[in-house]
Design a protein around this ligand. Structure first.
Ligand code: SF4
Length: 372
């Protein structure tokens, strides 16, 4: 089984709407926090967590214990790998307890907004199918989504007799549509475009995003929003939905265009210009003095899991920051962080430098500009 599935269960809901969807790689502080909390639920520990995070873990553990209390002699799995649709895809379910012909499947969701109910949720459908396939004796799967931040639990019971065929058909259809040759595969813009790696180049999004965004949000967007036009909070909320799609797309287009130009491509009507970048480090010696020091480079297997920043040697600092590049300094520290903590490490470094006024505008960096 490959480590990462091409059509991972977590991406199926997006692919169900747009078969061309492709997950954007990378991590962020929110994803890191979710990973960390899941690990704490798995270990049954709240040690070292701030109160709010500990409360999330306890809420999940209470849900788990309530399930187990209804079972006779359950087999319990945390993070069980499941093949789905005969191996067309696979994934790791958060929690599973199997008791005779009955199973309880739980998805911990640390999201701050409510997710799709289990009976409609494509990820839950995929894992439920995987449970039916992996455990032939199981006839019912009680699937739940536990959202501790909302103190909210949604449940649905699937049966082998009534649901297996539909679950199988649904997952196979999503994968079949997503596997079509590029030219035939439709691009259907929707709010999930913000998580798609094709955002900058997707013809469907380029041609349709504004009309579709207006339609999805159900509003007529004014050409200019002025303070005197004071929109209602409800209108503002729907306009923010539109902005959430359009703004990342604009950023992604500019970044891709800059990279293309830097790689030698001419973009008609545009050239590579310069603009001030506000995230450039201007005082390398002061930064080195401010960082914790170390006599020797930490071994690669000593991974950071939070707390104080690890020490840095003068040699490592110079290697990381020859031109005192904030990106390279980040790379150095991020490499020290354990998987699941990399985004948090970036944030910790940023806070460390900002609090000490060690970053200031200064260096000029290439950016794409329109020709006049
Ligand atoms: S950016 Fe394009 S390919 Fe990606 S989800 Fe949106 S419409 Fe689909």
């Amino acid at each position: 089984m490959a480590k990462h599935a091409r059509f991972s269960p977590g991406s199926l809901a997006y692919r169900e709407v747009c078969p061309s969807f492709s997950s954007r790689p990378g991590s962020n502080a929110q994803a890191d926090e979710s990973t960390k909390l899941r690990e704490c639920v798995e270990n049954g520990s709240t040690q070292g967590l701030p109160n709010a995070q500990a409360a999330c873990v306890i809420f999940c553990l209470q849900h788990r214990d309530a399930i187990l209390a209804t079972m006779q002699s359950p087999q319990v799995f945390h993070g069980i790998k499941l093949e789905i649709t005969g191996g067309l895809t696979h994934g790791t379910a958060d929690f599973l307890a199997v008791d005779g012909d009955r199973a309880a499947l739980v998805n911990w969701k640390m999201d701050r907004s409510r997710v799709t109910a289990p009976e409609d949720n494509a990820q839950v459908a995929a894992y439920t199918l995987g449970v039916f396939e992996h455990f032939p004796q199981v006839n019912t799967v009680e699937a739940s989504i536990c959202q501790p931040r909302q103190r909210y639990i949604q449940k649905h019971t699937f049966t082998r007799e009534g649901d297996f065929a539909n679950l199988d058909l649904r997952i196979r259809t999503i994968i079949a549509r997503a596997s079509m040759r590029g030219g035939k595969r439709p691009c259907i813009p929707f709010e999930g475009c913000r998580y798609c790696r094709k955002q900058a180049t997707c013809p469907g999004l380029i041609n349709k995003v504004l009309p579709l965004a207006r339609k999805c949000a159900g509003i007529s967007i004014p050409d200019v929003v002025q303070n005197s036009d004071t929109p209602t909070p409800g209108l503002m909320s729907r306009m923010l939905d539109v902005a959430a799609i359009v703004q990342p797309w604009c950023d992604a287009v500019r970044n891709t265009a800059t990279q293309m130009t830097l790689s030698g491509h001419d973009i008609p009507g545009y050239h590579l210009g310069y603009a001030t970048n506000s995230g450039v480090v201007a005082q390398p010696a002061a930064i080195f003095d401010a960082l914790p020091h170390s006599e020797t480079s930490a071994p690669d297997d000593e991974s950071w899991t939070g707390g104080d920043l690890p020490g840095i040697t003068p040699e490592d600092f110079i290697t990381a920051c020859t031109a005192v590049d904030i990106g390279k300094l980040e790379d150095f520290f991020v490499a020290k962080a354990k998987h699941g903590f990399k985004g948090s490490m970036k944030t910790a470094l940023s806070c460390w430098l900002t609090e000490r006024n060690l970053v200031r505008p200064g260096e000029r960096k290439g950016t794409i500009c329109k020709n006049y």
